[in-house]
Design a protein around this ligand. Structure first.
Ligand SMILES: Cc1cc2nc3c(=O)[nH]c(=O)nc-3n(C[C@H](O)[C@H](O)[C@H](O)COP(=O)(O)OP(=O)(O)OC[C@H]3O[C@@H](n4cnc5c(N)ncnc54)[C@H](O)[C@@H]3O)c2cc1C
Ligand code: SF4
Length: 523
């Protein structure tokens, strides 16, 4: 079997894998990155409207566990991972999000604090080219970010944001990886608001924003190469990973040997690879979580001018995010949707009522102009029964599929949703709110919490994302989240990845260049 020798082996070429690699590449290390999907350029994505190339490695590899409800999981297997498809919202977590047990007596504390992560948040905001990052923290940034990356000014609030802001404070610009100014050859947002496949390639993806990492001469990116399992050597405290067994594009097998191994393959495959390698234990695969969005549509008496704004969403309300109520029910973040509520049902209503033509058009537009659509994110208490194990069915590589059990949300999240809807209606009464329609929003794209960070029996990795039983193995990404916040996860995934990257650079190059001025300049 062919063997590849390297310094660091990373599974997965998404934001997490690439940012974990960057400081070590700058410090002179060689990185071999295994990616099961293919490289599909933005132009190729636009041509057929699909994010992933049609190759065997890109096929979904999860199955619903018998007796559990189906769930619309959504992820991309390809160079860049789900950053090819994401929306780009990048709020930070709050201090309490890291310390739910200490702050509110529920869930668990993370073994690290917001203050410890803050410098990495700033670097992550630079790396993703975030518009509207929190002010006043740039001075805390210290370390390598990919070339050309920088924080941008916020997008201006839309008319709709400005109308509701006084009633939903704190209300400010939404931090997002959709550029307010040209960046790295990409234009500023044009406001067409089809951001999951941006027509002008403005919205950050790993392909446009982390080009400098992908093109680095010491990065050996092996596309269409599936990490099948990890081989271990030794026993007890001396147990080590000695190689990754991988399957290449034409079915050929190879071994990748390194000093350090990083799993950055997201919430299904991180536990899947551990389980396939006999590295289970009762904690691996548990506490899976996705932010199921909820859509609130508020009928108002006042015209709000939807359909305007620099980009998909420009405002963020944190009015319902924090407070003692989080001991009992979820906090929420609220993001107005600039394109407005769906218009088609209003037109259909008019047509079904026997109207048509100008009258239907005018009525539909008038109702649409007074409808406020809010995208709401909430969180739930971690449930051990939400879980990834291995199925008996196999994929085209002969590997067991990931078997996913995802029982329904608990009353903690459901009560949070009910309460938030009620409060939104009440707070917007001065604008003539006549009712709040609550419906499920998009879901399935945040694969969090299956190899959690901590020190107890239910943890898989330590605060540095190092496997608790295997010193040269790191399990990175959202799978390490012990709790989930109401905020989107990717900025936090990126911050943790840069932190891990610094550690790898330090461990393998004690006189690391990672913190030098040259490295900071991305040279
Ligand atoms: C529609 C949608 C909208 C989203 N919107 C937002 C948003 O607005 N804000 C936000 O914060 N997040 C959002 N997300 C989530 C966001 O995309 C992810 O959190 C982020 O991309 C995760 O990055 P990652 O590198 O950890 O994992 P991934 O991007 O999943 O990358 C993992 C990589 O590992 C590869 N891989 C997996 N298994 C193997 C294996 N065995 N061998 C080799 N390679 C392997 C995969 O092909 C993939 O490329 C959204 C997701 C979706 C689907
Ligand atoms: S608003 Fe337009 S330019 Fe900006 S990310 Fe969305 S689709 Fe792209």
């Amino acid at each position: 079997m062919k063997t590849v020798e390297t310094d660091i082996a990373i599974v997965g070429s998404g934001v997490c894998g690439l940012l974990s690699a960057w400081p070590a590449l700058l410090a002179g290390q060689r990185v071999t990155m295994l990616e099961r999907g293919a490289l599909k350029t933005h132009a190729e994505q636009l041509a057929d409207g699909q994010w992933a190339a049609d190759v065997p490695g890109a096929e979904p590899n999860n199955e619903t566990a018998p007796g559990t409800p189906p769930y619309p999981w959504s992820y991309i297997y390809g160079v860049g991972g789900s950053s090819l498809h994401w929306d780009g919202a990048t709020p930070r977590f709050t201090a309490a999000d890291f310390s739910m047990r200490s702050a509110y007596g529920v869930m668990v504390d993370w073994p690290l604090t917001l203050a410890e992560l803050e410098p990495y948040y700033v670097r992550a905001e630079q790396a993703l080219g975030v518009s509207g990052a929190p002010e006043g923290t740039a001075a805390t940034a210290n370390g390598a970010v990919p070339p050309g990356a920088r924080i941008l000014p916020p997008h201006p609030l839309s008319q709709m944001d400005r109308a509701i802001a006084p009633h939903l404070r704190p209300f400010g610009p939404l931090p997002q990886a959709r550029p307010s100014q040209p960046l790295q050859g990409r234009p500023a947002c044009c406001g067409s608001a089809t951001c999951e496949l941006c027509p002008v390639d403005a919205r950050f993806s790993a392909l446009n924003g982390l080009r400098g990492v992908l093109d680095h001469p010491r990065l050996d990116l092996r596309r269409q190469t599936v990490a099948a399992r990890l081989r271990t050597t030794g026993a007890g405290a001396g147990r080590q990973i000695e190689a990754i067994e991988a399957i290449g594009q034409s079915g050929e097998r190879m071994l990748v040997r390194a000093q350090r191994y990083v799993l950055a393959a997201s919430g299904f495959e991180n536990p899947g690879i551990l389980l396939r390698s006999g590295l289970g234990g009762s904690a691996v695969g548990r506490y899976l979580f996705d932010h199921a969005h909820t859509t609130l549509i508020v009928d108002l008496r006042r015209e709000l001018s939807p359909g305007h704004g620099d980009t998909l969403s420009t405002g963020l309300s944190e009015a319902l995010r924090e407070g003692g109520f989080r001991a009992k029910r979820s906090g929420a973040i609220l993001i107005p949707f600039n394109p407005g509520a769906p218009l088609a049902p209003l037109v259909t209503e008019g047509v079904l009522a026997g109207d048509g033509g100008d009258r239907t058009r005018a009525d539909a537009l008038s109702t649409w102009g007074r409808r406020l659509p809010l995208d709401m994110l909430t969180e739930d208490v971690p449930q051990a029964g939400r879980r990834v194990t291995l199925a008996s069915k196999r994929d085209s590589f002969g590997l067991p599929l990931n078997l996913v059990a995802y029982p329904h949300s608990t009353s903690y999240e459901l009560d949070g949703i009910d309460d938030a809807a009620e409060q939104v209606g009440r707070r917007l009464a001065p604008l003539g709110a006549r009712g709040v329609e609550v419906s499920p929003g998009p879901r399935g794209g945040h694969l969090l919490g299956t190899c959690r960070m901590g020190t107890g029996d239910d943890a898989v990795v330590d605060p540095e994302m190092r496997h608790l039983g295997i010193e040269n193995l790191f399990v990175a990404g959202g799978s390490a989240f012990p709790t989930y916040s109401a905020a989107h996860p990717t900025l936090t995934i990126a911050a943790l990845a840069l932190r891990l990257g610094d550690l790898l650079a330090r461990e393998l190059s004690p006189s690391s260049a990672a913190a030098s001025p040259a490295a900071r300049a991305g040279l």
